[in-house]
Design a protein around this ligand. Structure first.
Ligand code: DGL
Length: 273
């Protein structure tokens, strides 16, 4: 199949969190068009089973295929952990998730071979970071910690708030005690409270932002496959946003974090797919 290099990139997440990944793609690949889908009707993914996440992800991929995307980024850590392999089956366009790019960088950065991972219950429970990191270097010890309260705190906009700081202090205590030197921010929302997490962990701990690393990996992948946009097809709306519920709330959040004014967000019935 011949893939159109000027087609958009499909990016999806359980809701607004994946916008941190979309933001990095916008910054690092400014000529690319994006179709973003946020599953706002069925969020959160982090507390749901693997089977459910695979079913949701397959539906979203069918929707994105209908939008004729040239590649898909699973911009959700939980969906990447549970559904990347399932989604890749029978698909003739490239698909990447956010787990591997973060794990590769963490493996390269750690000096004492003690890496922490924070994320949803689903992501941390899946053990996927440990699988990747130990495959790269069997001497690495991975210490995971689910931090479910971070997601609602970020969505509430409490990014620099004493409550968020206290929650972070409690969640991260064990990781500090176990002397990790590298910490993967393994959930889409966490880069937005990076400074709070950094303050709690201290200067000696390197924070890895998988959203940024995924954008770089996407760039390499598109270049290798000769799929980087020519930039010739200018469009009035290079970024299109779709949600499964409450488009207005999504738009407000998107406008608070994107370097781009989100004018139009369309609600679709994802169960149809
Ligand atoms: N986007 C999810 C993730 O990165 C966090 C929010 C959710 O639980 O759906 O795992």
């Amino acid at each position: 199949m011949k893939i159109d290099r000027d087609a958009p990139i499909g990016v999806f997440d359980s809701g607004v969190g994946g916008l941190t990944v979309a933001r990095e793609i916008m910054r690092n690949l400014p000529s690319e068009k994006i179709v973003y889908f946020g599953d706002t009707a069925r969020v959160p993914y982090g507390s749901k089973s693997k089977d459910t996440i695979i079913r949701y992800s397959r539906q979203i991929v069918r929707f994105l295929q209908e939008q004729q995307v040239k590649a898909i980024v699973i911009a959700c850590n939980t969906a990447s952990a549970f559904a990347l392999d399932a989604v890749k089956e029978n698909l003739d366009i490239p698909v990447i998730g956010v787990i591997e790019p973060g794990a590769v960088v963490a493996a390269a950065e750690t000096k004492n071979k003690r890496v922490g991972v924070i994320g949803t219950i689903g992501t941390v429970g899946s053990g996927i970071h440990e699988d990747f990191l130990c495959r790269i270097d069997p001497e690495i010890t991975v210490i995971g910690k689910a931090c479910p309260l971070f997601v609602p705190l970020v969505e509430e906009g409490w990014l620099h708030d004493p409550v968020t700081f206290e929650v972070a202090r409690r969640y991260l205590r064990e990781l500090k005690e176990r002397e990790i030197d590298t910490l993967i921010l393994g959930c889409t929302h966490y880069p937005l409270i990076r400074s709070t997490i950094g303050e709690v962990m201290g200067e000696g701990v390197r924070l890895v932002n998988p959203a940024y690393e995924t954008a770089l990996e996407l760039k390499r992948l598109l270049r290798d496959k000769d799929l980087l946009s020519t930039g010739k097809e200018q469009e009035e709306f290079p970024y299109r946003f779709y949600v499964s519920d409450l488009a207005e709330k999504f738009k407000d959040f998107a406008n608070s974090i994107l370097p781009y004014d989100v004018e139009m967000t369309q609600k679709i019935d994802i169960e149809k797919y």
